[in-house]
Design a protein around this ligand. Structure first.
Ligand SMILES: [Zn+2]
Ligand SMILES: [Zn+2]
Length: 454
């Protein structure tokens, strides 16, 4: 490491205990997307104590703050996510929620970055500015709750980052990064990949008719059977999904009005359709909606289809990855860094939305054990998860913005965005929204089906 890099690392180490305390506190106060007020309030207090003036999202959790170097140059956005998961059977769950995706470690690291940037010499030789963003709601869960927030006008989008894009928080940013913690065993400290799937969110409601399950099933229409038939048809369609599109459809049945002696008159399903491109997601979703509609018709049931934009495929900028890889190597050594420039993940993140309009990289750091989104997920090395993450991100910040921000400017100049602007991107995903009562019967029992926006 250079003297400059040693100073940066030392600036984080001076604040190490605050970061580690934040990780423990945030782990013990998990809340799901758009309700993360405890983490929000804790972090607002800590950031303000460091001397930051914050912009608050206001009616949802989340805030951001700018650090200006005083010299002209690009603005770098750095994200930390606030939200936890609904996973009541995790041994350390609080009110049914746990940070078993480790997002609390991201905001603990963001606090370390904020503290490091306040240390003497932190901004020496840098140009441009840095926007630190504590963002809510990465996990796209509780779709009904979010749909209600949307109807109330609180939010427009399910994902916190795309909601922040909609609110203008990213308007003057030109480049973005974040670090997601995970279980990487003892082999690596940092990893990078080419990117990951995008997704859309689906709520499907099969509608039947209740009746006595034993005495008079002939008077009912079984919504559960219609749902099962629909999912069977979707399963049979899987062989038509092409490998190149990495499509994932993973429905979960969420029973409503359930009792063993009543023919169920409603069966709700939530799912995503994930894929490697927005085009593939839209194409395969059309088949899925057709299959669900056909199943409802077969059983004499109805089906309501509700599709909402999810996240865009996340595509990392290669040149930016190279710079990050080098910073990670400088910090922990080449043997503890694994950047794979072709690896594609089949999960999704709303950081993908960011990468549609500006060069961005989400890379990974170690420090967790067990299974992500699983009941055995724990933080076993908060130093690697939070402190090392803050150090790496500050080294990247310095490499991007030193020397009149030459590296950042070059990455931005060579980047070819998938969409020319944030409004253009939002317009494209708005076209995904669909609300259909897909099967309508007339008095003779004939039906009209309608499952597409045409
Ligand atoms: Zn997750
Ligand atoms: Zn996550």
């Amino acid at each position: 490491m250079t003297n400059r890099q040693e100073l940066i690392v030392n600036n984080v180490d001076k604040n190490k205990q605050m970061v580690l305390d934040a990780e423990r506190w945030l782990w013990a106060h998990p809340q799901t997307g758009y309700t993360e007020w405890e983490a929000h309030n804790y972090l607002v207090e800590k950031f303000e104590a460091l001397g930051y003036e914050l912009q608050l999202a206001g009616n949802i959790p989340g805030f951001w703050t700018d650090i200006d170097t005083g010299k002209p140059g690009p603005k770098l956005a750095i994200f930390g996510e606030l939200d936890a998961l609904d996973i009541a059977n995790h041994p350390e769950s609080v009110n049914g929620m746990t940070h078993c995706c480790g997002h609390h470690g991201q905001v603990a690291a963001l606090l370390g970055i904020a503290a490091g940037l306040k240390e003497p010499g932190a901004l020496d030789g840098l140009s441009g500015s840095i926007r630190l963003i504590a963002v809510p709601a990465e996990e796209m869960i509780q779709l009904e709750f979010r749909e209600n927030l949307r109807k109330e006008g609180v939010i427009k989008y399910n994902g916190g980052k795309v909601e922040f894009m909609h609110r203008g928080v990213l308007d003057d940013c030109q480049i973005a990064m974040m670090v997601h913690g995970g279980n990487m065993g003892d082999v690596y400290d940092f990893a990078g990949s080419h990117g990951s799937n995008g997704c859309m969110a689906k709520t499907i409601k099969f509608k039947g008719k209740s009746s006595h399950a034993g005495g008079a099933p002939h008077l009912g229409v079984n919504a559960q059977y219609a749902a099962m038939l629909g999912l069977q048809a979707c399963n049979d369609l899987r062989e038509t999904f092409q490998e190149k599109d990495t499509v994932r459809f993973h429905p979960i049945m969420m029973g409503v009005n359930v009792a063993v002696n009543i023919i169920p008159d409603e069966m709700k399903i939530e799912s995503y359709v994930r894929g490697g491109s927005l085009e593939a997601i839209k194409r395969e979703n059309k088949k899925i909606n057709r299959a669900l509609t056909g199943a409802a018709l077969a059983m004499g049931a109805g089906v309501e289809l509700c599709d909402r934009p999810g996240y865009a495929p996340e595509i990392h900028d290669d040149a930016f990855m190279k710079l990050i890889e080098q910073c990670c190597i400088d910090l922990v050594g080449a043997e503890r860094v694994m950047f794979d420039y072709t690896k594609w993940g089949t999960g999704s993140s709303d950081f993908g939305d960011i990468t549609c309009v500006m060069p961005g990289v989400q890379f990974s750091c170690a420090g967790a054990s067990g299974t992500g989104h699983g009941i055995d997920y724990y933080i076993t090395d908060p130093n690697r998860l939070c402190v090392n993450s803050a150090k790496a991100q500050l080294l990247v910040t310095d490499a991007l913005l030193c020397n009149e921000a030459a590296a950042a400017k070059e990455i931005i100049a060579n980047y070819k965005p998938q969409f020319d602007s944030i409004p253009e991107y939002l317009k494209a995903i708005d076209e995904i929204s669909l609300d259909k009562d897909a099967v309508k019967y007339d008095e003779n029992g004939n039906a009209v089906v309608d499952f597409q926006n045409i």
